[in-house]
Design a protein around this ligand. Structure first.
Ligand code: G2I
Length: 355
């Protein structure tokens, strides 16, 4: 068995164990309930665990103090991703100064709630401090800066973060490599170097490449497919591909599942990492119903693909979503509304996991 396939097999077995542990504890709680049997509502994490998958959400650090918000994150999800606080500009805002306070807070929260942590993200052109992007480093220097960042962050969280988005958004939509400072200065080998550095810092973390608009079969996902195939051929320690899946209502690619499947067939895990489905304002009840169906289709596509380890939604509530700020005129993208009430999309996700 080649090293990459072995890593993927270990990863899949571990995901099943975690899922089983979470499911087991939920069952145990239900079994101890006394008195007349009141049917406890099934949660997303129960349903996901029963299907051998994780269900995650991006967590906004500033909202963890809101008890309504944090109790939904704790009870409904088996995985958490830091929406911002594990990014380079937060973690190493100036050279050599590391700030892990927000990330540590999320790791503590996850440990208290028996959740997996999905690390986001190590090497990305955005939320990158100017000391890196405009630092005037040559190739050797920037590679050392990049590898040092990865080593410090991954070793800080070694054993506590299950997955890392090692490289995020490396491609342009036409499938060419994005001219980030890393690509421009180091060249394409920054990608392999980043994975090797992360693997050295935590050999047990599963290492992913993550991107958006790779959700169907298109020029960008074809380029991703070629890149990960070549990384595997070179023996680069890559375990997984993340599909962000920032979708628009009624534009779910018809080949979504087929696309996940072809990456899974390479022996890699596939993960839906940042799912949301935005709607043009004002969203009416028919829009919300179709949104629920499309959430369900994404989740059931993951469940239908053996290598799909889980689905993470990019935030629980429409009150906190990045969507309206980035796409004026669009919103209502999340499974809970701005008052933290579940929307039809919530039931779509539950049904997608077989709940
Ligand atoms: O843009 C949506 C996502 C696309 N894929 C990678 C993700 O990491 C990205 O997440 C978003 C966060 O949801 C936003 O919250 O990344 C944005 C930045 O690229 C985040 O927005 C930033 C704002 O732009 C900043 O003004 C703000 O200071 O969040 C920062 C922290 O609140």
């Amino acid at each position: 068995m080649s090293p990459h396939v072995r890593r993927a097999a270990i990863a899949a077995a571990a995901a099943t164990l975690v899922a089983g542990a979470v499911y087991g504890s939920a069952q145990a709680q239900e079994d101890t309930s006394q008195g007349p049997s009141v049917q406890q509502a099934e949660t997303l994490r129960d349903a996901a665990s029963a299907s051998g998958r994780f269900v995650g959400t991006a967590v906004n650090d500033g909202r963890l103090y809101d008890g309504n918000y944090s109790s939904i994150v704790a009870s409904e999800f088996s995985s958490v991703t830091a929406e911002n606080v594990m990014k380079w500009d937060t973690v190493q805002p100036s050279q050599g100064n590391f700030n892990f306070s927000g990330g540590d807070r999320l790791v503590d929260f996850a440990q208290q709630n028996n959740q997996q942590v999905y690390g986001h993200t190590l090497v990305w052109h955005s939320q990158l401090p100017s000391w890196v992007s405009n630092g005037g480093f040559n190739a050797e220097q920037l590679n050392a800066v990049m590898e040092n960042h990865i080593t410090e962050v991954v070793s800080h969280y070694a054993g506590q973060v299950a997955y890392w988005d090692v490289v995020n958004e490396a491609f342009n939509d036409d499938g060419t490599l994005r001219q980030s400072v890393f690509q421009q200065t180091i060249g394409e080998e920054y990608i392999a170097n980043a994975f090797r550095a992360a693997d050295a810092a935590d050999p047990n973390a599963k290492l992913c490449i993550n991107d958006y608009s790779t959700d169907g079969i298109n020029a960008k996902s074809n380029a991703m497919y070629d890149l990960v195939s070549s990384l595997l051929d070179q023996g680069v320690p890559i375990d997984c591909v993340g599909f962000q899946s920032h979708l628009i209502l009624d534009q779910l690619p018809s080949d979504y599942q087929e696309n996940l499947q072809r990456f899974s067939d390479l022996g890699l895990e596939v993960i839906v990492t940042e799912l949301d489905i935005r709607i043009q304002d004002p969203a009416d009840s028919s829009d919300l119903q179709r949104q629920a169906e499309q959430y369900q289709q994404v989740v059931s596509s993951c469940v239908a693909v053996s290598g799909c380890a889980g689905v993470t939604v990019w935030g629980i509530s429409d009150a906190d979503s990045w969507v309206p700020g980035t796409f004026p005129g669009y919103g209502a993208a999340c499974p809970w509304d701005e008052y933290l009430q579940p929307k039809p999309a919530y039931d779509g996700i539950l049904t997608g996991f077989g709940g």
